[in-house]
Design a protein around this ligand. Sequence first.
Ligand code: 13P
Ligand code: SF4
Length: 366
Amino acid sequence: MQTATIQFDRFNTLADEAAHERIRAARARLGDRAVLLVHHYQRADVYQYADLTGDSLKLSRLAGQTDAEYIVFCGVHFMAEVADILSKPNQIAVLPDLAAGCSMADMANLAKVERSWRELADVLGNPDECITPVTYINSAADLKAFCGEHGGIVCTSSNAPKILEWAFAQREKVLFFPDQHLGRWTGYGMGVPLEDMLVWDPDLPNGGHTPEAIRRARVLLWKGHCSVHQMFQPSHIIRWRNQNPDGFVISHPESAFEVCRQSDYVGSTEYIIKVIKEAPAGTKWLVGTELNLVSRLAEEVKPEGKTVQFMAPTVCMCSTMQRIDPQHLAWTLENLAEGNVVNRITVPAHEAALAKLALDRMLAVS
Ligand code: 13P
Ligand code: SF4
């Protein structure tokens, strides 16, 4: 039975322990009607409630496989949108705090991508015939729809090389948005020379380039980045290696090119966890990705004598994902248990169909 929606104000000042009690009570009432999908960057006091965890690719697949009525996404907005697009029509995706966005995703929007596409058309002729648009999954649903409509595709940090190969098999050039670093690292790994990859600044005419430079380029890298991963510097690696010459460095490909180049391993959050968990006992690791993941992993592998250190000297978390706290989770679950759907994420049907096209291409390729 549905009751009046419980307002968040009443949860804002709730002490942590009280919030945890209410989460446990609401989950018991909901049973298997709600599934909690939780990204690896989620804070520990929320991560503990995960039914399923993963990186962006794994969570996208899981969203399409669960049968629960409510998919409560403890992650950021674009992830909940993907859950809505890939889940069944009778399922409901919910994001406990609507302010949990992704600053990188916000660096590209449809108006700017469409304007760039028109500028490219002026230089190259019909871009649908010569450029494959590739959007990182860290982007709004309308950009995924743009890719679906223009013969493009979505990628994540764990399948980017396969996706770029697919993209080049379709057409000779790629427009990659919104993360220049993932695009550059992936292109470089495929053997595309750095000088053939241009940074496309959407706020400048023609991305800041001459028509000749655009005609020569193979990859156009949108000028976007992750505010967390930009904190990692090659100097952090050099200093650590001086003190730990037998240690290993592993980074997420959203890190700057030089950081990736100086790392022993580069890969998605799921990959980072797998490599360190499978490493021999006693090994030492410097990790360039978000702090919640690194701290959790350090504790998990400590009993095997492995040491895991965060790459930056300053604290840098995904501040937007951090907004999903026990208070918001308690509020969301209690409302769902009462029959009130709060913070539902719904992608409009036309947009969802085109975005699904690009996501399905990705899932088929990866
Ligand atoms: P993953 O694909 O590794 O989960 O990365 C998502 C993300 O947002 C990293 O900042
Ligand atoms: Fe976005 Fe960066 Fe947070 Fe990942 S870590 S969700 S890219 S802001």
